[in-house]
Design a protein. Structure first.
Length: 115
């Protein structure tokens, strides 16, 4: 067992971040909400979710670069940045929303589908 009990998917945009959490096991990920894209809000919401050492976070690579990854890792949070081309697509699912993207990232992270 790797000690991770929470898998957090972040859909990051310039102004805001959509947050979703998948617990260890098989249940569906739940949407946790939307926060401003500022490190103090990110820290606050992650503290509500679980101990930093018990979670793994991922977000899609984009204009935000690796700054968020470095900030999270400096707090002791394991974080991976995923290339959009490596995220498996769901057949027939063409509707893209921040909420859906965050939930999907959390579920794929828990399933070990992201690298």
């Amino acid at each position: 067992m790797n000690g991770i009990t929470k898998y957090v998917g972040l859909d990051v945009s310039k102004e805001k971040i959509a947050v979703a959490v998948a617990d260890e096991g098989r249940g569906p990920a739940r949407y946790f909400g939307e926060i401003p894209n500022q490190i103090e809000y990110i820290r606050k919401v992650l503290r509500k979710i679980d101990d930093f050492s018990q979670m793994e976070v991922c977000y899609e690579a984009g204009p935000s670069g690796y700054m968020l990854k470095r900030q999270l890792e400096s707090m002791g949070v394991k974080c991976i940045v995923v290339a959009p081309s490596l995220i498996p697509k769901q057949p027939g699912n063409r509707v893209k929303t921040d909420k859906r993207d965050a939930v999907r990232l959390a579920e794929l992270l828990r399933a070990g589908e992201l690298t």
